[in-house]
Design a protein around this ligand. Structure first.
Ligand code: SAH
Ligand code: CA
Length: 238
């Protein structure tokens, strides 16, 4: 992980929503409805020096509705951190549903693991400590994996989103969902280039390139929502 701590990269309320409105949404709609285990995991993550990179609960709330509608049996997550989105997925898929969860760092996953165990959903999770790209390539070596995943959540290194999409579009079935997080990159996708801090340049370029790629990809239906830090919801159609 790069050693740059800049919480505004992950949510920039001035641009996406006013801070008051974000707090209103959180207090009115999100926190009162957040499942107890998710609340517990969020609290366990709060004091971590990188706690601000955890998936945002307002985005999670939307994802949980989509998961209930989709009822996915086979899912994949890239970028676990302490496991907020992983636990959210585990809680909202059927009891025999499975999640292949990939992260380069098992230690952060272990922060959330006791909460995941207590919630009784660990049996749905196959955690793999590895960079994600080689795992996706390995899956694609076996053609019988193509079109078998119902759902993918992508929330790791933004510079690889384009590469992840190239692989995942083959692994996810027609009708399946691919959800990409942080695609507005703190609003920097619309900032003048000279205003973007050096540590944020590669992430900004990656988000802009990725958004163009999805715009032009007729294999998916696409909604770029400004919830959280920007959530791109893609449904494979062909
Ligand atoms: N979805 C998480 C947040 C993920 S933060 C949540 O709900 O809290 C991004 C994560 O991506 C970090 O844990 C980091 O270790 C992981 N990561 C970074 N580069 C990666 C790579 N190449 N492959 C897999 N994981 C990676
Ligand atoms: Ca994220």
């Amino acid at each position: 992980m790069e050693n740059i701590k800049d919480p505004s990269i992950y949510r920039n309320p001035v641009i996406l929503q006013s801070e008051d409105l974000t707090n209103y949404i959180l207090e009115t709609a999100v926190y009162p409805r957040e499942a107890e285990p998710l609340k517990e995991l969020r609290k366990a993550t709060e004091n971590h020096p990188w706690g601000f990179i955890a998936a945002l609960p307002e985005a999670g709330q939307l994802i949980s509705i989509l998961l209930k509608l989709l009822n996915p049996k086979k899912t994949i997550e890239i970028g676990v951190f302490t496991g907020y989105s992983l636990l959210l997925t585990a809680l909202n898929i059927p009891d025999d549903g499975k999640i292949t969860a990939i992260d380069i760092d098992r230690k952060t996953y272990e922060i959330g693991l006791p909460v995941i165990k207590k919630a009784g959903v660990e049996h749905k999770i196959d955690f793999i400590e590895s960079p994600a790209l080689p795992i996706l390539d390995k899956l694609l070596e076996d053609p019988s994996n193509e079109g078998t995943f119902d759902f993918a959540f992508i929330d790791a290194d933004k510079e690889n989103y384009v590469n992840y999409h190239d692989r995942l579009i083959k692994l996810v079935k027609v009708g399946g969902l691919l959800i990409y997080d942080n695609t507005l990159w703190g609003g920097r996708v619309v900032w003048p280039e000279d205003k973007i801090p050096p540590h944020s340049k590669s992430g900004t370029t990656a988000a802009i390139e990725f958004n163009k790629k999805i715009r032009d990809d007729s294999r998916v239906e696409f909604s770029l929502t400004s919830i959280g830090d920007g959530l791109s919801i893609c449904r494979r159609v062909v």
